[in-house]
Write a protein that binds this ligand. Structure first.
Ligand code: PLP
Length: 419
């Protein structure tokens, strides 16, 4: 690569309408105080500078008012979660009534399966990706066992094409046809945490519904990354976390989507707690449980306000930038990354992730032939924060809100140096 390409990166940054957002984030630095090249937003997103203020404000309210903070001020804690709903719904493409922020991802996955996995001896099978994130697999297996079924019979894996490592829709179709009316649920990640492949949410949902199955998605790598259009796509339920692309801090609360067609279904089995009870009578605490309509009816507990304050700080940025503009930049930024990698004079790198924007998000998974962990260590030594997956895969995810084209350029140059 020559100087011309670095100039190109700089000029792409100048033309980028979202470039100003980088300044709104805390960028981790090296010992000399220079910002690291942070490409790990798919694992833990960076901290918005305003997060401190949002959390600080609630600490202040707590100090000043004690218990009265529940009802006082603009951000009273009792309805605090409602402050997040509209912005979060915009991020995942849902109606406000379909979204709630609560608990954490795996907890929410269980709560959703309580409602949407109701196995019978005729229909008890769940399809997941062959290389699903371990926690998803544990959760699904334990639900199957909880209902008295055996994962050996009831858990089906959508296998990738061994040549490419990617899952193909045709394989899912034949799996559905082969097992016909015995599939109760399709539960997929989106995009896949390992390969970076994004699945067609709408087509998969239609396929599942055609066969009488429920369809749910784990959007851990989708929320804030791709356009999920959950409502339009007719998904039954979805769950996600907020600490990856949504920049809301380690272990922060998760989000849940329940399609509005289930909003008033009081017959659905569910695990319940006081926070899902009709708001008007919640504090009487003597009435029989009466679920709130919509996703809010799945809440259990009064939520951690300090975590929600961090989510608000981040969602305010998403609202200002706009999910469409974020995705548009992401498509271009990652295409630029792929282009530079392909321009390297190296046959050692195989990009596993599909390059068609409809099949990927921000992340590219790079298989580096004949390499081991020492390559990743060398890269880290050069100031790149990326993620290594055994045996030979580096995952890099330029985040459109805080990564620049120059970050991408510098990364590729340093990777090349390590090869
Ligand atoms: C990050 C991630 C999780 C994490 O689950 P938690 O309950 O938030 O710890 C689960 N599934 C997938 C696919 C993930 O990428």
């Amino acid at each position: 690569m020559n100087d011309q390409t670095r100039k190109t990166a700089a000029s792409l940054d100048l033309q980028d309408p979202l470039s100003g957002f980088r300044q709104e984030f805390e960028l981790p630095k090296d010992q000399k105080g220079d910002p690291l090249i942070y490409l790990c937003g798919n694992s833990l997103g960076l901290q918005p500078k305003q997060t401190k203020d949002y959390i600080g404000l609630e600490l202040e309210h707590w100090a000043k008012w004690g218990v009265d903070g529940h009802t006082k001020g603009q951000n009273a804690w009792l309805p605090y979660h409602e402050l997040l709903t509209h912005q979060m719904a915009q991020v995942v493409g849902a109606k406000d009534s379909e979204v709630v922020v609560m608990n954490t991802l795996t907890v929410n996955l269980h709560l959703m399966m309580v409602s949407f996995y109701q196995p019978s001896s005729a229909r008890h099978k769940i399809i997941i990706e062959a290389d699903a994130f371990p926690s998803d697999r544990y959760a699904v297996e334990s639900q199957i066992k909880f209902h008295g079924y055996d994962p050996e019979q009831s858990l089906l894996l959508w296998q990738p094409n061994p040549e490419t490592g990617l899952c193909e829709l045709s394989t899912l179709k034949s799996l559905m046809e082969q097992h016909k009316d015995s599939i109760a649920l399709i539960m997929l990640g989106n995009s896949n945490y390992y390969s970076g492949q994004v699945y067609p949410i709408g087509e998969i949902t239609a396929l599942g519904h055609h066969h009488g199955a429920k369809v749910g998605f784990n959007l851990a790598h989708g929320a804030g990354n791709i356009l999920c259009d959950l409502h339009q796509n007719n998904v039954d339920f979805a769950v996600w976390c907020t600490y990856k692309y949504l920049n809301s801090g380690p272990g922060s609360l998760g989000g849940v989507f329940v399609h509005e067609r289930h909003a008033k279904d009081h017959e659905l089995p569910r695990f319940t707690g006081w926070w899902g009870h009709n708001k008007q009578t919640r504090f009487k605490m003597r009435d029989a449980f009466e679920p709130m309509e919509g996703a809010e009816g799945w809440q259990l507990s009064n939520p951690p306000i300090l975590s929600m304050a961090a989510i608000r700080a981040s969602l305010d940025i998403f609202e200002r930038a706009g999910m469409n503009a974020i995705r548009q930049k992401s498509v271009q930024l990652t295409a630029y990354l792929a282009e530079l990698l392909q321009g390297l004079d190296s046959d050692k790198i195989r990009i596993m992730t599909p390059l068609d924007p409809s099949e990927r998000g921000a992340q590219l998974s790079l298989q580096i032939k004949n390499s081991d962990r020492s390559l990743h260590q060398a890269l880290t030594g050069l100031g790149v924060v990326s993620d290594w997956r055994e045996p030979d895969v580096i995952r890099v995810a330029p985040a459109p809100l805080y990564n620049s084209y120059q970050d991408v350029y510098d990364f590729v140059q340093r990777l090349n140096q390590c090869l």
